[in-house]
Each structure stands twice: as C-alpha cells, then as structure tokens.
Design a protein around this ligand. Structure first.
Ligand SMILES: Nc1ncnc2c1ncn2[C@@H]1O[C@H](COP(=O)(O)OP(=O)(O)O)[C@@H](O)[C@H]1O
Ligand SMILES: [Mg+2]
Length: 277
C-alpha cells in the first residue's frame, strides 16, 4: 500500500480509495469495498486473501474494469482499466476453466490467441512450449472431456498466459481441486509466470497457497470489505513443494494467519494434531 498522491512509476496496478456498495433487496447497504488502496509492482505476484464475502472478487473485477466504483480510482500500467481491456491487456482465469468442448487443448489455446491478440504488439509466446511447461505436452491433442479437472484448469491458465497480458487476474483458480493437484498446479503456475513475467493479482482463501506463490500477500476483512494488512514474502525462488515444510515458510504463514484473525479481534484457535479445534 502507498499513501502518497503520486503512483510509483513501476506500479502495474494502483487502486486509490476504492469504494463499492451494493444495495440489497431489503434496501440496506453492503459495503463490499471500503476505501481500498493497493499498489502492485510491475512483474510481481500479489495474492489477495480473506474470508468469503470480504470483497476479493469485487476488487479483482474493479481492477479489470468489470465493476463500477462509487469513488476512488484504478490505474493499470498508467491507464484506465477500460483502456487496458480494449487493448487486450488483461488475462483472466476464473474458478472454472470454461474451455470450448469441441476443440483440442492446443486448439483451445491457439484460437484464444488468434482472437484476442490482435491489438497486442508483444511477440506471441510459443503455445506448445507453454503447454509443455504446464505439464500438458502429452495432452495437447486431447479434447477437454478427456482431461482431469486439474488438466482442464491448466489449459485455461496456459490460454490466459498465451495472450501475454500485461496483467493477469486470477480468481481462486485452484479452489475446486484437491490438495495434491493444487500443489502441483501451483508449481506449474510459477513456472509459467517465470517464463512470461507478467504482473499477477491472484485471489485465494488458502494461506499456504498465497505464501508459496506471492511476493506480497494483501489481507482483507469483511463488513466492510477492506484491506487490513500487506505482508512481504521474502522467501527465495524458485519455490518448490519442499519449501512448504520449512520453518521460514511456516513463519510467514503464521504472520498471515495472525493478520487474518486480528481483523476479527480474536485469537486463532489452538492447532491440535487433528487440525484446528
Ligand atoms: N451483485 C451483487 N449484489 C449484492 N451483493 C453483492 C453482489 N456482488 C457481491 N456482493 C456482496 O459483496 C460482498 C463481497 O463479495 P465478493 O467480492 O464476491 O467477496 P469474496 O470474493 O471475497 O467472497 C459479499 O457480501 C457479497 O455477497
Ligand atoms: Mg470471490
């Protein structure tokens, strides 16, 4: 977060005083975003974490120009989100992959590149190479129905990275997957990111996922939806699955956990051998 009035030149995403209120059916108001500030450095990986309903998706949509704000301002690479969207500067990965069922994995990502990259002047990445980085080398010619859920989601992620966007917006892309698949995909996502180095804003409700992936973790709290902390993750990269067992990793996880609970003014429940009580 940054409280100065000028955006740092290297900020890929700058959100200032964002406010979004929804009017509910009983005419009451729900403040989904309350004076939210956010600065994301170009080329960095930033996660937004918080309990359900704290405004994570609303914030992501506001950055992508899909959510009108009552007040405040969003700038992406110095432009408005609408300008960035019309220049095809965003990649978007939602919770479910939504692939075209009649096209192979390779065709799904190729067609998206052909349709969406018309205005993008950066060189198009080699999609077959990106598919191999994501562990889909053997599955390139398969149809989506022949793939596991994890493989479908990897295809959607390669499709988004294949557009070579300036900013990648990812909303809980791994939440429907089992823990093992999730950890594998996190590693592949980091490999793809290392290849393309775009700025990533990633929404999750998993503390370990946020810490493993990110340079910074933005902690949000609900009612009203607000940013309560921004935590730097100074762990070395590349971050393979072994890092998840290290004391340094657990220390950052504990820092994020404390921040999440502090927003509720409560202490975290003790951890027992069977998990939290
Ligand atoms: N279109 C809408 N109309 C009314 N309330 C909404 C709408 N979209 C989101 N909300 C509410 O705004 C709050 C924040 O939503 P959201 O950003 O989706 O939270 P999160 O992604 O953190 O779970 C939630 O309480 C949600 O119910
Ligand atoms: Mg959400």
């Amino acid at each position: 977060m940054n409280s100065t009035s000028e955006s740092p030149v290297d900020a890929a995403i700058s959100v200032r005083g964002a406010r979004r209120t929804y009017e509910l059916e009983d005419f009451s108001h729900l403040v989904a975003l309350h004076d939210v500030d956010l600065e994301v450095k170009a080329g960095s990986f930033v996660s937004v974490i918080g309990p359900s309903g704290c405004g994570k998706s609303t914030l992501l949509r506001a950055v992508g120009g899909l959510e009108p704000l009552e007040s405040g301002e969003v700038r992406v690479c110095g432009r408005t989100p609408k300008e960035v969207a019309s220049a095809k500067g965003f990649g978007f990965v939602p919770q479910t992959p939504s692939l075209l069922p009649w096209l192979s994995v390779l065709k799904n990502v190729t067609v998206a590149q052909k349709v969406n990259r018309k205005h993008n002047r950066t060189p198009a990445p080699d999609l077959e190479h990106l598919l191999r980085v994501a562990g889909l080398g053997e599955a390139m010619h398969k149809l989506p129905r022949e793939l596991s859920g994890g493989m479908q989601q990897r295809t959607a992620i390669v499709r988004a990275f294949g557009l070579r966007p300036d900013v990648m917006l990812m909303d809980e892309p791994f939440s429907a997957l089992d823990e093992f698949t999730r950890e594998t995909l996190q590693g592949q996502l980091l490999d793809l990111w290392a290849e393309t180095r775009c700025t990533v804003l990633f929404v999750t409700h998993s503390i370990s996922e946020a810490v493993r992936l990110s340079d910074q973790v933005v902690v949000m709290a609900p009612r009203p939806g607000r940013v309560v902390d921004v935590i730097d993750v100074d762990l070395p990269r590349p971050r393979d699955a072994d890092l998840l067992k290290s004391p340094e990793f657990h220390a950052v996880e504990a820092r994020v956990r404390d921040s999440l609970w502090a927003a509720f003014d409560e202490v975290p429940p003790p951890v027992t051998q069977r998990g939290r009580v």
